[in-house]
Design a protein around this ligand. Structure first.
Ligand SMILES: O=P(O)(O)OC[C@H]1O[C@H](OP(=O)(O)OP(=O)(O)O)[C@H](O)[C@@H]1O
Ligand SMILES: O=C(O)c1cc(=O)[nH]c(=O)[nH]1
Ligand SMILES: [Mg+2]
Length: 194
């Protein structure tokens, strides 16, 4: 699967949204990749995650555990693990901090790859990796479907992706007027208050 093929999967799923979005990091962007529009289609999810599993195998060799940050990482983590023939578990927020819950455990020496859906600043990935360092296992590196930082996000471990895009994102006090004029929505699950 080429980078253009990956982008076309997102485009044909209706997942390339334009408007004014507040991202997980608090940055504002005119573009949002609504990955759930991809993940609602199992056949499409299988195609992109099979490609990601191939990238992971080439980069890191055999894997015992895929670990993903909830919520966005759970579906691609599971499907990628299916193609790798390994376990899929996830971290979720406990009082705001990612942790392994539900009795999930990682055995000593297990070969671990963190799988994210989208990387923007790398903040969520770094938080997930920090949670994993509390557990035994050998952290090989990270992988994501789309790196929208254009390769600039620094996770402190290697990151492989299916495509790198350089999508603008701005601090709240530096919005271009065209973006500031649009009402903002916050699609992700960080700090949801209902
Ligand atoms: O690299 P970052 O700047 O951290 O941005 C990317 C993160 O943002 C989204 O998660 P979000 O916290 O919005 O929640 P979700 O996983 O429930 O969609 C996405 O799933 C990544 O985890
Ligand atoms: O940075 C984010 O929060 C983010 C960006 C994006 O394009 N898609 C997404 O699900 N989250
Ligand atoms: Mg997420």
């Amino acid at each position: 699967m080429t980078p253009d093929d990956v982008l076309e999967e997102f485009r044909s799923a209706g997942a390339l949204l334009e408007g004014h979005f507040i991202l997980s990091s608090g940055l504002h962007s005119p573009v949002f990749l609504q990955k759930m529009f991809v993940f609602q289609d199992p056949a499409r999810t299988e195609r992109v995650c099979r490609a990601l599993a191939n990238r992971i195998r080439d980069a890191y060799g055999p894997v015992d555990y895929v670990v993903s940050p909830a919520i966005g990482g759970i579906v691609p983590g599971y499907e990628t693990a299916r193609h790798l023939g390994c376990k899929a578990i996830f971290v979720e927020r406990e009082n705001g901090t990612f942790a392994l819950r539900r009795g999930f455990a990682i055995p000593e020496g297990a070969r671990i790859v963190m799988v994210e859906d989208i990387v923007t600043t790398g903040l969520s990935s770094r938080e997930c990796l920090a949670a994993l360092r509390e557990h035994p296992g050998q952290l090989l590196g990270a992988a994501c479907l789309i790196d929208r930082s254009g390769g600039k996000a620094d996770l402190g471990v290697p990151l492989v992706s299916l495509i790198q895009l350089d999508i603008p994102a701005y601090p709240a006090d530096q919005l271009p007027p065209s973006l500031a004029a649009l009402p903002a929505t916050k699609p992700g699950s960080r700090n949801i208050t209902t």
